[in-house]
Ligand binder design. Structure first.
Ligand SMILES: C[S@@+](CC[C@H](N)C(=O)[O-])C[C@H]1O[C@@H](n2cnc3c(N)ncnc32)[C@H](O)[C@@H]1O
Length: 355
């Protein structure tokens, strides 16, 4: 049975990139004409440009609902690109601080001449076959700032009294996910699944960073709706940066009642991530049942926090489907700032199917 998919922008014609790309302040146009924003364009590795609306430094308007200040976004983008082309001590090390100070002192002519020098340096299209980790993390910060930050309040406060605790939203941070992808050696040609994918963060990062085919299943309507916008912006921004991610599919589905998952996806899965923070114990038990007889040999699952998957040694799954399977379960530590709901370090589990 086919599941409802978030629309994909895989075949988006290039001209749409110019219609859809964001200004760094979205539609946050100041009403005051005395402190107008500075409007500039930045060239990306694909040759396409993005418009940035930089609020006047004296502007008292707060940056609503955004996580990345446009001037920091602009200078970090330039640094990340030039670092790849001219090395760590390239011209950006002098020109980006100059751009920053021209902005803060409202020296518009110095700002525009410095930016045009930088745009010239960025003018030869760059082929980014294997993006660096700083590039991936900056790409994700930009995407998050434009697609998720404006929806964060309703995402994190939609807690209708009758909703189960498993509907509570939370995120694994990009650096932590990079560690998981390295640890599980996820790569091109492999299949990654996030059970309870929220707005699709982990699936998008998996496809971008590793080239794997990534799938996410989310039961709640609002995060799934945001994931559709997120996926579309992801593809547009991949074109802007000249990046070729793995395929991504985000489904509106309950992973406990999705024949598509059990019949087609899990038998092919190499890595399955479950962020079971706040899942009910019965969901954790059902998840254990789900993995039996499903995940490929060598396939891995990551389970977080005090979930129901807490065995820490090799164990034989007995009874019914998956009888005789052997799973190795490793308890691992994650660093501070790895998850959105706590700044503290914690533990997670990596289960590997041995046979
Ligand atoms: C803590 S969030 C994790 C989001 C994302 N995986 C991450 O780690 O960044 C858990 C998500 O699982 C979803 N969820 C809970 N039970 C589910 C189910 N049975 N089927 C699909 N999604 C479910 C919730 O709605 C929520 O968005």
């Amino acid at each position: 049975m086919a599941l409802p998919l978030a629309p994909s922008a895989h075949h988006l014609p290039p001209y749409m990139i110019n219609m859809l790309h964001h200004s760094a302040t979205n539609s946050d146009i100041p009403t005051s004409t005395s402190n107008p924003p500075l409007e500039v364009e930045l060239r990306y590795p694909s040759g396409y440009t993005e418009r940035f609306l930089l609020p006047h430094p004296n502007s008292t308007r707060p940056q609503k609902d955004r996580t990345l200040h446009p001037i920091d976004d602009l200078t970090t983008t330039i640094s990340v690109i030039l670092h790849l082309t001219t090395g760590p001590i390239g011209p950006h090390t002098k020109l980006c601080p100059l751009l920053h100070s021209a902005y803060t002192t409202s020296n518009t002519s110095l700002f525009t001449t410095t930016l045009s020098t930088l745009n010239q340096l960025l003018s030869s299209p760059l082929k980014l076959t294997r993006p660096s980790t700083p590039l991936i993390h900056h790409f994700l910060a930009q995407l998050y700032d434009r697609s998720i930050a404006p929806h964060l309040k309703p995402l994190t406060t939609r807690r209708a009294p009758k909703k189960p605790t498993s509907a509570i939203y939370g995120e694994l941070q990009p650096a932590f996910l990079s560690t998981i992808f390295k640890k599980t050696a996820l790569g091109p040609g492999q299949v990654y699944i996030d059970l309870g994918s929220g707005v699709g963060n982990t699936a998008l990062q998996a496809a971008l960073e590793t080239g794997a085919s990534a799938h996410g299943l989310e039961r709640e309507a609002f995060p799934h709706l945001v994931s559709a916008l997120h996926l579309q912006q992801f593809h547009i921004r991949c074109m802007l940066w000249g990046l070729k991610p793995g395929k991504v599919q985000l489904y509106h589905a309950d992973f406990l009642h999705a024949p598509h998952l059990t019949d087609l996806l899990l038998p092919e899965a190499d890595v399955v991530v479950v962020n079971n923070f706040r899942f009910e114990p019965e969901t954790d038990v059902a998840l254990r049942g789900l993995r039996r007889g499903q995940v490929e040999e060598g396939g891995e699952g990551c389970f977080y926090e005090a979930g129901g998957c807490g065995e820490v040694e090799e164990s034989e799954e007995g009874g019914g489907e998956g009888e005789g399977e052997v799973w190795k379960v490793e308890e691992c530590a994650y660093a501070e700032e790895s998850v959105s709901w706590s700044r503290r370090e914690g533990v997670y589990y990596v289960s590997t199917k041995l046979r």
